[in-house]
Design a protein around this ligand. Structure first.
Ligand code: APR
Length: 230
C-alpha cells in the first residue's frame, strides 16, 4: 500500500508563478487592505470594492501558470497517496495535474449565490453587482472570508490524522483554523516544512520532529522529496 502524504500549501507555493503572498506585502495586496476586502464585514460595507479586488485577482490568476513546485507535487502521486490541502484560492494545483485538492478558503474561479451556498458556478470573467444566480440573488466570490466558517476543515482533519508524511509549503501558519490542522498529525507522522522564512507558530513548536527546509518552493520541494526518501 502507498504511504499517505498530505501537503498543506499556502500563498508561498504560488509566489514563483507571480502571485503575491499576503503577509510579505504587509497585509496589503495591490494596495488593498486584505482585512477590509477579504472579510464578510467588508462585503456588507462595500461590496463593489470587494468585487473589484477579486476581479483583479481573477484576471491575474488567468495570466499565470503553475510553477515547478506545483508539478513536483504531482509527480509524488506515483509513489504516495497524495492529498493537497491548500489555503490558496488559485487553481494552480489543479492545472498542474494534482488529483486530490481540498480548498480550505474557497476558489477564485467560482462564484455562488449569497443566499444559497449550493448554487456555485465556474466564473472566469469580472463579477458585477447585479449578476445573479438562478435563485435571483446576487452572486459573490466562492471564497471563505474572515469572519466566516471554514466548512472544508471537517474534511481535512481526518485526512491529516491518517497521514504518514505531512509536508507544509509556503505558509505563515497564522490563519486559523488552517494552522491548527498540524495538531491532528499522528505521532508516527513525519513533518517537513518548506519556506524561505519559516513561521514559528504555536502548533509548529509542539511538533518534536520536524525538518525545516529554508528555501523557496521550487528548490525546497526537491530537497523535501529527498528527505522523504531517506
Ligand atoms: N516559496 C515558498 N514560500 C514562500 C515563497 C516562495 N517562493 N515566497 C514567500 N513564501 C512564504 C513566506 O515566507 C510566508 O511564510 O509564504 C508564506 C506566505 O504567508 P502568507 O502570505 O501569510 O500566506 P498564507 O499562509 O497562505 O495565508 C493564509 O491568509 O489572507 C489569508 O485567506 C488568505 O489563504 C490565505 C491565508
Amino acid at each position: 500500500m502507498k504511504k499517505k502524504l498530505v501537503v498543506l500549501t499556502g500563498a508561498g507555493i504560488s509566489a514563483e508563478s507571480g502571485l503575491k503572498t499576503f503577509r510579505d506585502a504587509n497585509g496589503l495586496w495591490e494596495g488593498y487592505d486584505v482585512m477590509q476586502v477579504a472579510s464578510i464585514d467588508g462585503w456588507h460595507q462595500n461590496p463593489q470594492a470587494v468585487l473589484n479586488f477579486y476581479n483583479l485577482r481573477r484576471k491575474q490568476l488567468l495570466e499565470v501558470q503553475p510553477n515547478q513546485a506545483h508539478y513536483d507535487l504531482v509527480s509524488l502521486e506515483k509513489e504516495y497517496d497524495t492529498t493537497i490541502i491548500t489555503q490558496n484560492v488559485d487553481d494552480l494545483h489543479e492545472r498542474a495535474g494534482s488529483k486530490q485538492v481540498i480548498h480550505l478558503h474557497g476558489e477564485l474561479l467560482k462564484v455562488r449565490s449569497v443566499q444559497n451556498s449550493h448554487l456555485v458556478y465556474t466564473w472566469h470573467r469580472d463579477l458585477f453587482l447585479g449578476d445573479s444566480a438562478e435563485d435571483g440573488m446576487q452572486l459573490r466570490p466562492h471564497i471563505v472570508w474572515f469572519g466566516e466558517l471554514v466548512p472544508q476543515i471537517e474534511v481535512a482533519i481526518p485526512i491529516v490524522s491518517q497521514a504518514d508524511i505531512i509536508l507544509i509549503v509556503g505558509t505563515s501558519l497564522q490563519v486559523y483554523p488552517a494552522a491548527s490542522l498540524l495538531q491532528y498529525g499522528s505521532h508516527h507522522a513525519r513533518f517537513i516544512y518548506v519556506d524561505p522564512s519559516p513561521s514559528v507558530s504555536y502548533e509548529l513548536r509542539q511538533i518534536r520532529d520536524i525538518k525545516i527546509v529554508n528555501s523557496k518552493a521550487t528548490s525546497g520541494i526537491k530537497k523535501a522529496i529527498a528527505l522523504m526518501e531517506i
